[in-house]
Design a protein around this ligand. Structure first.
Ligand code: SF4
Length: 249
């Protein structure tokens, strides 16, 4: 991606005025999407899944493939959210992606369309990804919950616990190089913490002891309400790119 193209995408995010020319050059890294995780990493992920299934008494997700997993999610009635959903929102994107973007839960539009991050927030997420040289189709996007909580309320702990094996299996199948947690709910549930999002940003975490790095940023819906925070989101994206680059070196 050229600097001009990147500036165009930053314009779409509304943060072009904050980006210094030297920073643009510094962070204009090419992201190779062709690599896969090594065997040790995969084994660690699978071990985590098996342990998780053993620990979770409400739902079990064996080592199924993408198609079977999606069917299981579509038929899931493990928590009360199945009663109010229009449809499940499994996830979307490249099943060989290096980047996994994890959000909170489907909203009204996602519930209607069956796809995560659509509407204005989805468009901003697309712009954020393009700013680091990624098309939406190059990443995988999923949520903590696969069904919409009524009135967009926060997910309840028991709902997260019920749904967690599905996301864990998605991670095991995808083997991402990096996970971008967007928003407080996603970050706190992925990292098993109640630390506020402002304090979680700017640090590298590991997802469920798998060694897969997790970086936290703001949810695009929040950025639409608080555009001044887009600059911080841009810093988070650059930080995630640096971590990915370090992984490869
Ligand atoms: Fe099942 Fe998850 Fe939907 Fe609950 S939110 S019904 S656990 S798919």
């Amino acid at each position: 991606m050229t600097i001009g193209q990147q500036q165009q995408y930053l314009d779409a995010m509304g943060i072009q005025r904050w980006v210094r020319r030297d920073r643009v050059v510094e962070d204009n890294d090419v992201i190779d999407t062709g690599e896969t995780a090594d065997t040790g990493e995969v084994n660690k992920i699978i071990s985590g899944i098996v342990k998780d299934v053993a620990d979770n008494t409400r739902i079990e997700v064996p080592l199924v493939d993408w198609q079977t997993l999606q069917s299981q999610v579509a038929a899931c009635t493990a928590c009360d959210l199945h009663k109010t959903r229009t449809q499940t929102v499994f996830g979307v994107g490249n099943q060989n992606a290096e980047w996994l973007v994890v959000g909170e839960a489907p909203g009204a539009e996602e519930d209607r369309q069956g796809e995560p991050f659509v509407g204005r927030a989805g468009q901003l997420l697309n712009a954020m990804l393009l700013a680091i040289g990624l098309k939406r189709e190059q990443v995988y996007i999923a949520n903590i919950l696969k069904c919409r909580p009524p009135n967009n309320r926060d997910p309840r702990p028991e709902e997260v616990a019920c749904c967690e094996p599905f996301l864990k299996r998605q991670v095991a199948l995808l083997k991402p190089k990096i996970i971008l947690a967007v928003g407080r709910i996603a970050a706190q549930n992925l990292l098993k913490t109640d630390t506020r999002i402002g304090a979680l940003r700017g640090n590298r975490y590991s997802y469920a002891d798998t060694g897969i790095p997790v970086v936290v940023t703001y949810h695009p819906a929040y950025l639409l309400r608080s555009p001044k925070e887009k600059r911080k989101a841009w810093e988070d994206l650059k930080y995630a790119c640096r971590i990915l680059s370090e992984q490869k070196n």
